[in-house]
Design a protein around this ligand. Structure first.
Ligand code: M6R
Length: 616
């Protein structure tokens, strides 16, 4: 949720930290701040609002380029409003300790009461500030900053990544993590700490993933890692192989537009080389045997937001191909519902970031119940894949825009692969049957490119719809999750009331929302093969038309029946029903993006949101 960066080395720390924060701003953009070590003194600057506000304040102070050690933070507010005073870093009463934090400290109320009882006056409403005071107290008692951090961490409950600097340790940045991400970057005479490698990719591609409950100390000369008890330990080294330019807009006005355009490549990359000759998929990390896949008797798919919608599509494919019961659950509800899980249950968790706390907690719950967990994730080495029994990575490349696009399509592709793998391993489908679907999947990148090349009418339509105050999205079968996804995109980007419904459900209540001119986007199934579905959706179109709706249909090439009954129609290439979401989701992404742009909204960083949600 928040983005954090730390640096120790020869460069001006402010430059490295600012650059890192710019790349992490997708994680939160309510406020930003830095703390720099200048001759044993801490200097801080922080501002509510976007990073540009902080940059102006830093410039007004002459650039603050002297110090070579520093930490920086970009915030998505949890405790306390997004104001200057609640922006991080938070500093101890004596001004000698500065702390930044990502996560939630669940026992902060007790800690705050204890500190206030000792006479500490708080200057913010955050849970983080108590860490600055606790750490100052430990160091004041004579321990070094690293040991002080360990002692404080042992008292904290909840999820946290912390970075701290202290006037008594002028060349040092100390970090700690529990249930929240932290990676170290190993440069040549310089070291970095950050929530995500994107923060330091310009400086080094050698990184170390910190494990759970670890404390890391960096200086310009090296790094050391211990657990919270002080036992030396190792992180997991890895090489970052994506290009730094992947995190740039490359001429596009917004990251979202760039990421929409990247979808043919992202899907092709996700499918490439994934099948072996026996029809099985090649998983990236497997701690599950084929026998494990055979022993399963039910499947849960657990995810949030857009990833949940990908999971809903997967349910249709898996039940059809594998003939196993498959339930889709919102991660935030899963463990509280106390689902019936055991050794023969497979839980598929889907998370672009691999960090979403709701999904991580659902995963942990599943594992404690002995279920086997397969992760579909876009982020190599992130917590969710690490804690799962098997992993299939989507290869979307870094997704910066908060509104997920290419991650969604690659998740769909990965879900299809998993479904086919299960069908092959369990002997439900013959190798040639699997190969036929794979061949059709392999054609989708080209079809995606075709759809994207024809989006001008959708852009025009979106601009004309800029005055609408609501929109409904309806679909049946796999068109239903696509409708939900279209509505989510419009809500998060255009700040409009938009709802997705199963088309057949409309008459049970939601149809009363329709007034003269209400836009209704209808995801129409192919008339080939499942004509029953097609006919039912046509009836639903008649129902909303009869009540004055302006109907925009997403229909398959050659579907001549729909056009006369709707106001606008966008055609997508022919494909089989189950794979259609790879194409029908595209116009809805473009529609939301253009409509939000017409309203003058921030496309890549919509209000109140953050790219990865690492709190429950
Ligand atoms: O990183 P995850 O896939 O776990 O994120 C889940 C949701 O927060 C995410 O899909 C969110 O709904 C999208 N940003 C919406 O576009």
């Amino acid at each position: 949720m928040c983005g954090i960066v730390g640096y120790a080395g020869p460069k001006p720390a402010i430059d490295v930290v600012n650059e890192g924060l710019r790349r992490l701003e997708y994680r939160g953009y309510d406020s930003a701040g830095v703390a720099l070590m200048a001759d044993g003194e801490i200097v801080t600057e922080k501002r509510a609002g976007k990073l540009s506000n902080l940059a102006e304040a830093v410039a007004a102070r002459g650039g603050m380029t002297g110090p070579h050690v520093g930490i920086g933070h970009t915030r998505w507010a949890t405790h306390g409003a997004p104001t200057d005073r609640n922006a991080h870093p938070h500093v101890s009463v004596d001004g000698r300790t500065a702390v930044i934090h990502n996560g939630i400290i669940e026992n902060f109320a007790q800690l705050r009461a204890e500190l206030e009882g000792d006479g500490v006056e708080f200057t913010s409403d955050t849970d983080t500030e108590c860490v600055a005071h606790l750490l100052a107290r430990e160091v004041g008692q004579g321990v070094d900053l690293t040991e002080g951090m360990r002692r404080v961490c042992r008292r904290l409950q909840g999820a946290f990544t912390l970075l701290a600097v202290h006037g008594d340790a002028p060349g040092t940045v100390v970090g700690a993590r529990r249930n929240s991400p932290l990676v170290a970057g190993v440069g040549d005479g310089e070291y970095f700490l950050a929530s995500d490698v994107a923060a330091f990719i310009r400086h080094t591609r050698e990184a170390i993933e910190l494990g759970q409950d670890q404390v890391v100390t960096i200086t310009a000369d090296g790094y050391s890692i211990t657990d919270f008890e002080g036992e030396p330990t190792d992180g997991t080294p890895f090489h970052v192989d994506w290009d730094a330019s992947a995190a740039e807009k490359n001429g596009y006005e917004y990251f979202m537009l760039k990421e929409i355009a990247e979808q043919p490549r992202a899907v092709a990359d996700t499918l490439r080389g994934r099948f072996d000759v026996g029809g099985g998929i090649i998983l990236d990390e497997v701690r599950m045997s084929d026998q494990d896949f055979r022993d399963i008797d039910k499947i849960f798919i657990v995810a949030c937001g857009t990833s949940y919608h990908a999971g809903m599509v997967a349910k249709y494919a898996i039940e059809h191909w594998v003939r196993l019961p498959c339930e889709v659950e919102l991660a935030s509800e899963f463990r509280y519902r106390d689902p019936v899980l055991d050794r023969s249950t497979m839980v598929i968790v889907i998370s672009q970031s691999g960090e979403t706390m709701d999904t991580l907690m659902a995963l942990r719950h599943a594992r404690t119940q002995k279920a086997r967990v397969l992760a579909i994730s876009n982020t190599v080495g992130s917590t969710i894949p690490r804690e799962s029994d098997a992993v299939l990575y989507t290869r979307a490349g870094i997704e910066v825009a908060v509104a997920s696009t290419k991650a969604f399509l690659t998740q769909l592709a990965a879900c299809y692969l998993v479904g086919l793998h299960l069908a092959a391993v369990r002997g439900i489908k013959y190798v040639d049957e699997v190969a036929a679907v794979v061949a059709e999947l392999a054609e989708t990148p080209e079809k995606i490119a075709t759809v994207l090349a024809g989006m001008e009418p959708v852009r025009e339509l979106a601009k004309r719809m800029g005055t609408a105050d609501r929109a409904l999205f309806i679909g049946r079968h796999v068109g239903y999750p696509v409708a939900l996804e279209g509505a989510l995109k419009l809500k998060e980007l255009a700040y409009m009331h938009a709802e997705g419904f199963a088309a057949g459900e409309l008459k049970h209540g939601p149809i009363s929302l329709i007034e003269e001119g209400t836009p209704v986007v209808v995801v129409v199934p192919s008339p080939r093969g499942r004509s029953l579905l097609h006919d039912k959706v046509l009836s639903n179109i008649q129902e909303v038309k009869a009540r004055g709706a302006t109907v925009i249909a997403i229909a398959e090439d050659g579907d001549d029946v729909v056009a006369p009954h709707v106001d606008h129609v966008v055609f997508t290439p022919r494909t089989s029903t189950l794979l259609a979401p790879l194409l029908t989701a595209l116009p809805l992404q473009v529609f939301a993006c253009e409509l939000a742009a017409a309203k003058g909204h921030d496309i890549d960083q919509p209000r109140n949101l953050a790219k990865s949600v690492t709190v429950e």
